[in-house]
Ligand binder design. Structure first.
Ligand SMILES: *[C@@H]1O[C@H](CO)[C@@H](O)[C@H](O)[C@H]1NC(C)=O
Ligand SMILES: *[C@@H]1O[C@H](CO)[C@@H](O)[C@H](O)[C@H]1NC(C)=O
Ligand SMILES: *[C@@H]1O[C@H](CO)[C@@H](O)[C@H](O)[C@H]1NC(C)=O
Ligand SMILES: *[C@@H]1O[C@H](CO)[C@@H](O)[C@H](O)[C@H]1NC(C)=O
Ligand SMILES: *[C@@H]1O[C@H](CO)[C@@H](O)[C@H](O)[C@H]1NC(C)=O
Ligand SMILES: *[C@@H]1O[C@H](CO)[C@@H](O)[C@H](O)[C@H]1NC(C)=O
Ligand SMILES: *[C@@H]1O[C@H](CO)[C@@H](O)[C@H](O)[C@H]1NC(C)=O
Length: 622
């Protein structure tokens, strides 16, 4: 394994002609030596040369060889340089950036050939240049710049790493057509994070750092206004996405897996294109369509994203989804006969093409769990509780079985390697003196009795695993952990404590808790309380939930939205935003509740939410 990788890498270096392909990280998405997850850029290069030679030897054409549409990039030496397309390109999906480090960030765009000059042979590479500046006017010398190729092999996506950047600094970037520099992309804004050893009070230039946190967007369910409000009406520095960036199938049983036959969207006129996702083309089409939403586009242009969860299909676990696995019956859903493994790899690859996300570990193609040390202010630890190594979940037909095994000690949401890495990361974060531990993960952590039972697709289906996390925090006196969760299509804010433990933990004062969970609702996916449930009806349900669940302090189930988490050295503040109407594109929203956590307190400040919320229900005090 190691030698194969090394050889591949060495050859790329020797074959300098592939450099412009290699600079586009989408070709290695996400794994250089797995043929179905990446492209061999040497063969792409050879393909380009073959095309050039074919043109040169084309004596049958009456007007002879024409090269004006296909100039070589380095003059006339066709043997060492591929030809490139110069018929005009369209930056169809604007720009994006992500996974900021203290000295680099990923920049993303998509460059699609346009016009009548489309090459007859689509294998010709499209050349895109990028420049990144330290000012919004893009004046002066760029801090970094370069050229890279894209092609149909990666859906014309382009993902480059801008390097040699300064820590904790804002940047602006733009792409252009190499062969026609007047054709430029929109300008994107991005930033780097502080170096790990930056004193907490100096992070973000001494200003509080603001994260905007999202989960669950579903195209046909509504307009993605939440992203737009975050982009236009907050000062979010980093956008964090917790799962279900392209919700495939939702909880709503009528829509589930049947959105083509039962139109859940007729009212707002948004329909997803294509069929149930199974192949690389299906996944690309879905991402392409999602990224046409104006609010989502604006959010990608505004700030870097840190995202997780390369969604495959509904109720994913490591070896299947609600309607697919590698058994004969589990493959039958797919018109193209794609079984679960093919489907998962297609989903992963398309995700890496379309999202500005890094390949964390070249030896571990599914790994997206990773940690960002943002000065001594915080560690932002991103987990994968969905795809990586998760034991079987509720697949609708087996709910009773999962209920009966939810307590089993060896059930795992993360798998052993991720779980031990997570525990070590928490301990190391304390050890290095970071004030906050912010954990981004996909599903609700706190025990939630939803009267009819527990959602065993959440941590409630993996109770021993949850106990291991809580024990790790309690036993090692790891303070200031804030767990961020998505997936549930409703808002839940809780003190972190062992379920059913009212001896150590006091639900009224919060004494004895070891942290806080902020679970956020969906950008558009229908409420877990019932699609389109009105606030008054949802609040009745919430009032019951906060009464019967000890740790739960706030519940809200009507509004779609997102929340921000603002951190400084003494205080973490979470503000929940509710969208007034997702049936059309707008930026109409209000803050429904604001929660404060003081450093060292390990619980929500009392009175919770200042004693007043504008939607949902707070636990009744006293
Ligand atoms: C560029 O792509 C956008 C988005 O797909 C499309 O609306 C626009 O018409 C295209 N422009 C050209 C010149 O092809
Ligand atoms: C595979 O999925 C089908 C439903 O799609 C289910 O009936 C079957 O039990 C599953 N098999 C396994 C081994 O999980
Ligand atoms: C969940 O709450 C309901 C309503 O209060 C209650 O009847 C039920 O016993 C609870 N379930 C569990 C497992 O505690
Ligand atoms: C808490 O108590 C309820 C009701 O007895 C039970 O169903 C649930 O499994 C308990 N949770 C844990 C983590 O023990
Ligand atoms: C941190 O933010 C909180 C809430 O805005 C504020 O009350 C507090 O003074 C800030 N702490 C510092 C050290 O600036
Ligand atoms: C939300 O927007 C839709 C579509 O524009 C409109 O028909 C509806 O009346 C709006 N709802 C509210 C409550 O304003
Ligand atoms: C967000 O900003 C826009 C203007 O950019 C404004 O029209 C809108 O009302 C604002 N929304 C909120 C929730 O403040």
């Amino acid at each position: 394994m190691i030698s194969a990788l090394f050889t591949g890498f060495a050859l790329c270096v020797v074959a300098g002609a592939t450099e412009l392909f290699d600079r586009n990280l989408a070709y290695s998405s996400p794994f250089v030596d797995a043929p179905h997850l990446s492209h061999n850029t040497r063969s792409l290069h050879a393909r380009g040369i073959a095309y050039a030679k074919r043109q040169l030897s084309d004596t049958e054409s009456s007007d002879g060889f024409k090269d004006e549409h296909y100039p070589t990039f380095y003059g006339g030496d066709f043997s060492s340089s591929p030809w490139i397309y110069n018929g005009g390109i369209n930056f169809t999906h604007s720009v994006a950036s992500g996974d900021p480090f203290h000295d680099s960030v990923l920049l993303w765009t998509r460059a699609v050939p346009t016009g009548t000059a489309l090459p007859s042979d689509v294998s010709i590479p499209v050349c895109v240049s990028f420049k990144i500046f330290n000012n919004a006017q893009l004046s002066g010398r760029p801090v970094d710049s370069g050229d890279a190729f894209t092609s149909y092999d990666v859906d014309f996506t382009l993902k480059v790493e801008a390097t040699n950047l300064k820590p904790d600094t804002k940047y602006w970037f733009q792409f252009a057509d190499c062969t026609n520099p007047k054709t430029v992309s929109p300008v994107g804004a991005t930033r780097t994070i502080s170096t790990p050893d930056t004193p907490a009070h100096l992070v973000n230039g001494g200003k509080p750092l603001e994260l905007a946190v999202f989960s669950c967007s579903q195209y046909q369910a509504g307009y993605f206004n939440a992203y737009g409000v975050a982009a236009h009406n907050t000062s979010a520095d980093i956008f964090v996405h917790l799962g279900d960036y392209r919700v495939r199938w939702i909880m709503h049983p009528l829509c589930y897996a049947r959105e083509l036959t039962i139109d859940c969207s007729a009212k707002i006129g948004r329909k997803t294109l294509g069929r149930e996702l199974a192949t690389i083309a299906d996944y690309r089409l879905r991402l392409n369509q999602y990224r046409t939403d104006v609010s989502l586009r604006d959010a990608h242009v505004k700030a870097p994203w840190i995202s997780d969860d390369h969604e495959v299909a509904d109720q994913s676990w490591k070896a299947g989804t609600a309607n697919s696995n590698d058994s004969a019956v589990g493959c039958s859903f797919s018109p193209s006969g794609a079984c679960f493994t093919d489907r998962k790899l297609a989903a992963v690859r398309a995700y890496h093409e379309w999202m500005p996300i890094r390949q964390v570990d070249p030896d571990d193609k599914l790994r997206i769990w990773r940690n960002f040390q943002i000065g001594k202010l915080l560690d932002l630890t991103m987990l994968d509780t969905r795809q990586y190594d998760r034991d079987i979940t509720d697949l609708y037909y087996n709910t009773a079985v999962i209920d009966s095994i939810a307590d089993e000690t060896d059930r795992s949401l993360m798998g052993p390697s991720q779980e031990s890495w997570f525990f070590n990361t928490l301990a190391a974060s304390k050890q290095r003196g970071a004030i906050w531990r912010v954990v981004g993960q996909q599903i609700v952590f706190t025990q939630l009795n939803e009267t009819s039972g527990f959602d065993v697709d959440a941590w409630d289906g993996y109770r021993a695993n949850r106990a291991r996390v809580l024990n790790h925090l309690y036993d090692n006196k790891i303070s200031n952990t804030l767990i961020l969760s998505g997936d549930s299509h409703a808002n839940w804010v809780s003190d972190l404590a062992h379920p059913n433990d009212t001896v150590t933990y006091d639900p009224i004062t919060g004494k004895g808790a070891i942290g806080v969970e902020f679970a956020g609702t969906a950008v558009t996916s229908g409420s877990a309380f019932g699609t389109n449930i009105q606030p008054a009806a949802a609040d009745v349900i919430s009032q019951n939930y906060v009464q019967i669940n000890e740790d739960l302090q706030w519940s809200e189930g009507s509004y779609r939205g997102f929340f921000t988490l603002t951190l400084n050295t003494t205080t973490a503040t979470a503000t929940y935003y509710a969208m007034r109407n997702i049936s059309n594109a707008n930026l109409d929203a209000f803050a429904s509740a604001t929660f404060v956590v003081e450093a060292g307190a390990n619980k929500l400040s009392r009175p919770v939410a200042g004693g007043k919320v504008f939607a949902g229900a707070l636990k009744v005090q006293g």
